[in-house]
Design a protein around this ligand. Structure first.
Ligand SMILES: Cc1cc2nc3c(=O)[nH]c(=O)nc-3n(C[C@H](O)[C@H](O)[C@H](O)COP(=O)(O)OP(=O)(O)OC[C@H]3O[C@@H](n4cnc5c(N)ncnc54)[C@H](O)[C@@H]3O)c2cc1C
Length: 515
């Protein structure tokens, strides 16, 4: 059956629903799926593109978070590691194991953020090894970490500096495509009956149950009112703003800015990622292979910037390159930098509301009336976050329906795209040589995943803006042409879409001129 049109989707929202989810990042997608498979009628809206917020700006790791071990956050690490293993089983096409080399040097003062006094530094390798042993034990993985001799480490990360290296370790975590994972969860929610709509912003709410929410169409400006028995606020760094529509906000979201560089450095990192074991601000960072490129990140700075306008700076890019170069025997310079992306972490600062979740990095906050907020967390734990939220909804309803997502597989789009190509072989045409994005991906995004802007396809859905040295400018007219055919755009609208994309790319890459 063909996917509903945008007009049909608006119509489907009108009768109201059991659960209205605000936010189409990974958290909202997870909540929509959890609620839909528990039997609720669900609608999810996002004011921008799905995964257009923090969920497209992560390091793309599905991991326990080695850096939380020195902070004694074993519960959090264990929860994330169990979710990592679960996602590898449920979505093998989307979440794959990835090896990491952690080198340790004689002059490393804060390995992985552990502040080790000078007198105890000779014991640093033992401390790290104990940490990795604990990490393996918590994840119950069958692939345990290993100690590497410097030449073994170099065999995996060819440009790694060996001078001063005391030892190195190899351990495993997992990697995903954050945007594709979000779309896979949204697709599963739709298959279970959820209605999803992007560019649909909640601008007002009255939440004594049943709630009434005013939702405005950011493409044509119309507004409708939707009733729902429960409203779930999954708006990430915008969660305070959304909650304030219904009344006083009993929590604070602290925003932490994280910038990544995308490097064209095939000789540097191939199949194994590098952990940069120490940063000047007492953290660790990563250089991770991704789609033939290297993601280098991240910075971590408190931010009060407008989440809609947050961008990488030349200073952040220099910080990242400087730290990487300390651990290499070659110099990675400006020429290797293709692009950057920046996101804001939604961290829970404090709450004086009753938290329905166990103490962990996310909280389910119950407001008076029909509103529930799910705040904090990380990409890796989205499913558990959604389950905790769904548990609150069924408890409020006096129901006992358990979550079913722990065993629900998530499909990749490969088969559907192959079917499009079988029907029209011309759609196998690759948009940028060397990058596996085809015309069929454009058509699929429009027909099945509600893609409505050229910029959204280029930036979020295909990542061409980040991966291509020309930021996809060479193929954008072709992409716009295909989308115009799918979505019935006029020539003027097609030109406007291309211009808008060029303007956004210029803004996102402005930092390169100052680098
Ligand atoms: C630099 C960085 C690196 C990270 N790396 C990792 C990692 O490697 N692994 C990991 O597990 N986690 C990582 N994280 C954390 C992870 O990315 C986030 O926890 C997660 O993506 C948050 O998803 P979300 O759905 O809560 O928020 P978002 O993705 O921001 O989604 C919230 C959505 O709400 C929508 N919205 C807001 N207001 C409204 C409204 N009024 N009406 C309708 N919609 C609205 C927004 O448009 C947005 O799409 C990283 C985060 C950052 C910043």
């Amino acid at each position: 059956m063909p996917a509903p049109t945008r007009v049909q989707t608006w119509q489907a929202l009108r009768p109201g629903c059991d659960v209205l989810v605000i936010g189409g990042g990974i958290t909202g997608a997870g909540v929509a799926l959890d609620a839909a498979v528990r039997g609720y009628s669900v609608a999810l809206v996002d004011r921008g593109d799905f995964a257009g917020g923090t969920s497209s700006r992560s390091t793309k790791l599905v991991h326990g978070g080695l850096r939380y071990l020195p902070q004694w956050q074993f519960g959090l690490v264990r929860e994330a590691l169990l979710e990592r293993e679960r996602l590898r089983r449920l979505a093998p096409g989307l979440v794959r194991a990835l090896g990491f080399v952690v080198p340790l040097y004689a002059d490393t003062k804060w390995p992985l953020g552990i502040r080790i006094p000078a007198a105890l530094r000779p014991f640093a390798p033992f401390a790290l090894r104990a940490g990795l042993w604990g990490y393996d034990a918590l994840s119950r993985t069958d692939v345990a970490h290993r100690t590497l001799r410097p030449d073994d480490a170099v065999a995996r990360v060819p440009a790694l500096r060996t001078e001063g290296m005391r030892t190195a370790f190899l351990f495993h975590d997992a990697q995903t495509d954050d945007v594709r994972l979000t779309h896979a969860v949204l697709a599963a929610a739709r298959r279970s009956g959820a209605v999803t709509l992007n560019y649909a912003e909640v601008i007002g709410m009255e939440t004594p149950g049943p709630a009434r929410a005013a939702i405005t169409d950011r493409l044509d400006g119309g507004t409708i009112e939707v009733t729902a028995r429960h409203v779930v606020n999954a708006a990430g760094v915008w969660a305070e703003r959304v909650a304030s529509l219904a009344g006083p906000v009993p929590f604070r979201i602290e925003r932490s800015k994280g910038t990544h560089l995308v490097l064209d450095a095939p000789a540097l990192i191939r199949e194994t990622a590098l952990v940069i074991p120490e940063t000047d601000d007492g953290r660790l960072a990563f250089a991770v292979p991704w789609r033939g490129r290297v993601i280098l990140g991240t910075t971590d700075e408190p931010s009060t910037e407008d989440p809609d306008a947050v961008r990488a700076t030349a200073g952040e890019a220099r910080y990242l390159l400087d730290h990487l170069n300390r651990y290499l025997n070659v110099r990675v310079g400006k020429n290797a930098v293709l692009s950057a992306y920046t996101g804001l972490r939604p961290l829970v600062r404090r709450t004086d509301a009753r938290s329905a979740a166990l103490p962990r990095s996310h909280e389910v906050v119950e407001h008076p009336g029909a509103l529930v907020s799910i705040i904090g967390g990380k990409l890796t734990t989205y499913r558990q976050m959604a389950e905790d939220t769904g548990d609150v909804l069924v408890r409020r309803d006096g129901r006992r329906t358990p979550s079913r997502t722990a065993t629900l597989p998530l499909d990749d789009t490969d088969e559907a795209i192959a079917a499009l190509i079988a029907a029209d072989p011309a759609l196998s045409h690759v948009l940028v040589p060397g990058l596996a994005v085809r015309e069929a991906d454009v058509v699929y995004a429009c027909r099945a995943e509600q893609c409505v802007h050229v910029a959204d396809f280029m930036i979020f859905r295909s990542h061409l803006a980040l991966l291509d040295r020309e930021h996809g400018v060479g193929c954008v007219a072709g992409v716009a042409h295909l989308m115009a055919r799918e979505l019935g755009w006029t020539a003027d609208e097609t030109t406007r879409q291309v211009d808008e994309y060029r303007r956004r790319v210029a803004a996102e890459t402005a930092f390169l001129d100052e680098l």
